[in-house]
Each structure stands twice: as structure tokens, then as C-alpha cells.
Design a protein around this ligand. Structure first.
Ligand code: PHE
Length: 348
């Protein structure tokens, strides 16, 4: 091949492929053209094989010419490919009707149950007041649920009307604990004062389900035993607790009551948060809502647990988590906590 023929061939390839690349319709045809021109058996590749037969002089002209053509074609192919890719992407986006202004889809996310939220707020406040966590079993022997708590054998609280008896095959009579006070006996038989515990948990009573009763509900027990603990300490701590839970203006009052395991005993009322004490349907016109039972730990209970009542005294309280949660969250039916209606659960 002469140098002249080489030049003409170059010009011919340039013309042919530039035109074909320009008019290519899609990325795949551009790729075919690349292979046809620059591939291992491509037109330009084949032409360049002639270089080796040229004289040194001719090579100086032909070599750069061939290289320049190769660069020109490579660049044209890259540019055309990029342009076609953009065009194809745009067409595709138009086809799928994409609306970029639509809000993102919500990601469903689990959350705490309102009772857990309420219980956590209560235990958080109690732990700031110095109470540490304690627990006891749900299936309990009568000794810890009743006997050690000074509840006599024929006390009505032991009646099958209130208590679920559990058939465990154990020789001792077992019940589903009727209150978290079993943790008092469990804890004090193992620990000497000073002690200050809170015991949240599930309790069971043979009640039928209505707006204010449930056979399964939750309590938090509080117990503080040390030297010279009195009713005054109880009132100070419960007042601080209720203010923390329901707001600084919250007021409480003690009414005399009776529990076998405390003496003296009290029912603690909170001034109605719905009417500020004026009287409304929630507090049934009285201005106060009954919240919990409490009192000074009965000396017999200390004795039963191996604590010297001459040396130590204590207070105890037990409050219903559902009842307080209903106040905090403005829920008027206890069943709402157990129905797991997402419309309710999602609000907390
Ligand atoms: N255990 C009592 C109840 O369930 C509440 C209580 C606890 C009262 C501690 C006094 C002291 O009703």
C-alpha cells in the first residue's frame, strides 16, 4: 500500500464512520460501530497493520495520521454514547410518570405501649427519689402473698372471689399474686434495712372486665424501711411523686383506711386534674380522685421478714398503673389498654 492510498483510506474511514456515528439511533448501534471501526478486526485496526511495511520516512506521516483518526473516532463515539444515554434516561423517566414532588412513603415504626410509657414515667420519677428496682413472681405461694403480710387465714381478700388459685401440682397452695405487695415479703426476707425499692408488675384479681376493672392489671409497689421512717416521709415522697407525674400544682390528701400490712393505713387522693378540685363527672363531683393505698409497715410484717420493729420502721404504698395512666392520658376506659387498637396506640 502506498502512502497516498493510506491517506485516502483514512479519509474514507473518517467520512464513513463520522456519518454513521452521528446518525446512530441508540447506544447499542454505537457500540456496534465502535467494534466495526476500532475493534480487533475493525476497519481502522486493519488499516494500521499496513504501517509496518512503510519506510521510516512514510511512517512519520502515516503514524500520526492514523493515531489522530483513532482519537477522533474514539471521542465521537464517547460523546454520542453519553448523549444517547441521557436521551434514553429522559425517555424512560417520562414513560414511568414519575412525580418527584410526592411525599416519601411513611416507614412503619413500632413504639412503646401507652402502659409502658406511663409505667416508665412513674419509675423514672421514683428512681430520682432514690427507689431501686425489685421484682417478684406472678405465681406466688400464699405465704408471700398473704401470710407474711399479716393477712389472716380467713380474710375475705383470700376468698376465691378475689383470688385466682393456681394448680401447679406443688404441695403448697399457689395463687396468681393479687398485688405487688408480695415483693415486700420477698425483698425483706433477704435484705436488712436501710432499703428503698419500687416493684412494678402485673397482678391478677378475679374481677370481670368493665370500664374500670380488669382481671389483669399493673401496680407499682413502693417500700422504704430505715430508722425513724414515718407517715410524714410517706406524705412528702408521694407528694413529690405526684407533682413530678401530674404537674407542680398537684395536691394530695390522705384518708384513713385499712390494710392488714400497714398501720396506720391511708387511701391517697389526688386533687382532680380535670376540674382543679371544683367537682366534675370524672371525680364524681368530689374534687378528688382516689389513687393508691399506703401506710406505715405493720410491725408484724417486719417481724415476719426478720426485721426488728423496735429498731426500724417503714412505709409502703401500692398504686395502680392503669388508673394513673388513665388520668395522665385522658383515657376513660381501662379496656382501651388491652384492645390494641392502633388508632389509640399510635397517639402515644
Ligand atoms: N396492696 C394494696 C392493694 O393492692 C395496696 C397497698 C400497698 C396498700 C402497700 C398499702 C401498702 O390494694
Amino acid at each position: 500500500m502506498t502512502l497516498q492510498e493510506f491517506k485516502e483510506n483514512c479519509a474514507q474511514i473518517q467520512r464513513e464512520y463520522t456519518e454513521k456515528i452521528t446518525s446512530a439511533a441508540d447506544v447499542a448501534s454505537v457500540e456496534e460501530l465502535r467494534v466495526a471501526a476500532l475493534g480487533r478486526k475493525g476497519a481502522l485496526t486493519e488499516l494500521l497493520k499496513n504501517l509496518k511495511d512503510f519506510s521510516i520516512e512514510d511512517k512519520k506521516t502515516a503514524g500520526p495520521l492514523g493515531n489522530a483518526l483513532k482519537n477522533t473516532l474514539t471521542q465521537a463515539i464517547e460523546e454520542k454514547t453519553a448523549a444517547l444515554q441521557t436521551k434514553e434516561l429522559n425517555e424512560q423517566l417520562n414513560r414511568v410518570d414519575l412525580d418527584l414532588t410526592l411525599p416519601a412513603r411513611p416507614v412503619p415504626c413500632g413504639k412503646r405501649h401507652p402502659l409502658s410509657v406511663a409505667q416508665k414515667r412513674m419509675t423514672d420519677i421514683l428512681s430520682k427519689l432514690g427507689f431501686t428496682w425489685a421484682e417478684g413472681p406472678w405465681v406466688e405461694d400464699e405465704k408471700h402473698n398473704f401470710d407474711m403480710l399479716n393477712i389472716p387465714k380467713h380474710h375475705p381478700a383470700r376468698d376465691a372471689q378475689d383470688t385466682f388459685f393456681a394448680q401447679t401440682g406443688s404441695p403448697v397452695s399457689m395463687v396468681l399474686r393479687t398485688h405487688t405487695s408480695n415483693v415486700q415479703s420477698r425483698y425483706m426476707e433477704k435484705h436488712q434495712p436501710p432499703l428503698r425499692i419500687m416493684a412494678p408488675g402485673r397482678v391478677f384479681r378475679n374481677d370481670s372486665l368493665d370500664a374500670t376493672h380488669s382481671p389483669v392489671f399493673h401496680q407499682i409497689e413502693g417500700l422504704y424501711v430505715d430508722k425513724n421512717v414515718s407517715m410524714a416521709d410517706l406524705k412528702r415522697d408521694l407528694s413529690a411523686f405526684m407533682k413530678g407525674l401530674l404537674g407542680d400544682k398537684t395536691e394530695i390528701r390522705f384518708r384513713p383506711s385499712f390494710f392488714p400490712f400497714t398501720e396506720p393505713s391511708a387511701e391517697v387522693d389526688v386533687k382532680c386534674v380535670f376540674c382543679a378540685g371544683k367537682g366534675c363527672p370524672v371525680c364524681k363531683g368530689s374534687g378528688w380522685i382516689e389513687m393508691l393505698g399506703a401506710g406505715v409497715v405493720h410491725p408484724n410484717v417486719l417481724k415476719n421478714c426478720g426485721i426488728d420493729p423496735e429498731k426500724y420502721s417503714g412505709y409502703a404504698f401500692g398504686m395502680g398503673v392503669e388508673r394513673l395512666a388513665m388520668m395522665m392520658m385522658n383515657i376513660n376506659d381501662i379496656r382501651a389498654f388491652y384492645e390494641n387498637d392502633l388508632r389509640l396506640l399510635n397517639q402515644f
